[in-house]
Design a protein around this ligand. Structure first.
Ligand code: ASP
Length: 331
């Protein structure tokens, strides 16, 4: 073997890289997802928290009409974004410390294409802007003013997102709590993350939030960060996160859950292990609510959280229900 050929082939071997008919695959990354005992369940859609029930309805109407998981998750979470009574996502979301509603969202499809927006103001449906970033630009994430301008260029209307109720609550908080560090607890956060598998067996996911109530201006959580708030690998499964984004980012949470499923863990086991990792990495667990939700390639779902109270909406051909996730600790 010539020296140059030898060097390049040993370099590839040391990286554990093999060529396959479909492109690259790492030899140490062989997928060990268990074969289902019964036929693959599809379509299926899952989403975080009780607001997921309405969001799932919208997603389900597309999935049952043979539409893509990508369309389903986008349309599904738009329902929550446009619900003015929901104080943690889109319109009506709690503002930052200065009274500005800033939104984070991302979307990812079965081809590992993704798009995200962060710290976006005055746009009701950031998930659709994230999809435009994915499909209409060479970028993955656009933030702040740039994202807002991009949205206007794409025809999204300007909208005041601070409802009277959210404003009143913020003013009350400001009068009493302004000088304190804003605490995250089970009442002031509730992202919607949604995962779906469609009739073709393809997975997609979406995640959207107004983030931590009364956060420092400019703060971005896990929700728009691919690998943290959301991750999809069409060979294995998809995962999303809710709760204290800072903790999720520290362990690249959703990517971790998908990689654990790649190693053969069920969605429930993978979410539990990710939660245990978060607990192990934090000295102070007070208020550290984090929940993971996962859906694998077999159409099996699971969820787990640090503290009690996390639930998720589940819809398939047979049922639509709210499921209480397992947890490590009581409040
Ligand atoms: N994960 C979101 C964030 O940290 C908040 C939440 O899920 O409640 O911005």
């Amino acid at each position: 073997m010539k020296r140059r050929t030898f060097l390049s082939s040993t370099a590839l071997a040391s990286l554990g890289v093999l060529f396959t008919r479909s492109g690259f695959a790492s030899s140490s990354e062989r997928n060990t997802i268990k074969q289902p005992s019964s036929p693959i369940k599809k379509p299926v859609v899952v989403s975080t928290w009780i607001h997921g029930m309405d969001a799932n309805k919208a997603a389900w109407s597309l999935l049952k009409a043979n539409k893509s998981a990508l369309d389903a998750v986008e349309q599904g979470v738009r329902v929550t974004e446009s619900d003015a009574t929901n104080r943690s996502v889109g319109l009506g979301g709690n503002p930052d410390r200065d009274g500005n509603v800033t939104l984070d969202a991302c979307i990812m499809n079965h081809e590992s294409e993704c798009g995200a927006v962060a710290c976006l103001q005055n746009i009701e449906n950031p998930i659709s802007v994230a999809r435009k970033v994915m499909e209409g630009t060479p970028h993955v994430m656009i933030v702040g003013k740039g994202a807002e301008e991009f949205a206007y260029e794409k025809g999204f209307p300007k909208k005041n997102l601070l409802t009277d109720e959210a404003k009143t609550a913020w003013e009350k908080w400001k009068a009493t709590e302004e000088l304190k560090k804003p605490e995250i607890n089970h009442e002031n956060h509730d992202t919607i993350g949604m995962l779906a598998i469609d009739e073709d067996g393809n997975l997609s996911g979406a995640c959207t939030t107004s983030g931590w109530a009364y956060k420092l201006p400019g703060r971005v959580g896990d929700s728009p960060i691919i690998g943290a708030g959301l991750f999809v690998d069409n060979e294995i499964g998809a995962a999303c996160a809710t709760g204290m984004g800072e903790a999720v980012i520290r362990i690249a949470g959703s990517h971790t859950v998908v990689e654990l499923m790649r190693q053969g863990k069920t969605p429930n086991e993978a979410c539990k292990l990710a939660v245990e990792r978060i607990i192990a990495k934090h000295k102070d667990l007070k208020g550290l609510q984090v929940g993971f939700l996962a859906l694998n390639k077999n159409g099996e779902a699971g969820g787990y959280s640090t503290y009690a109270g996390f639930n998720y909406a589940y819809t398939d051909n047979a049922k639509a229900e709210l499921i209480d996730a397992g947890y490590e600790m009581e409040w």
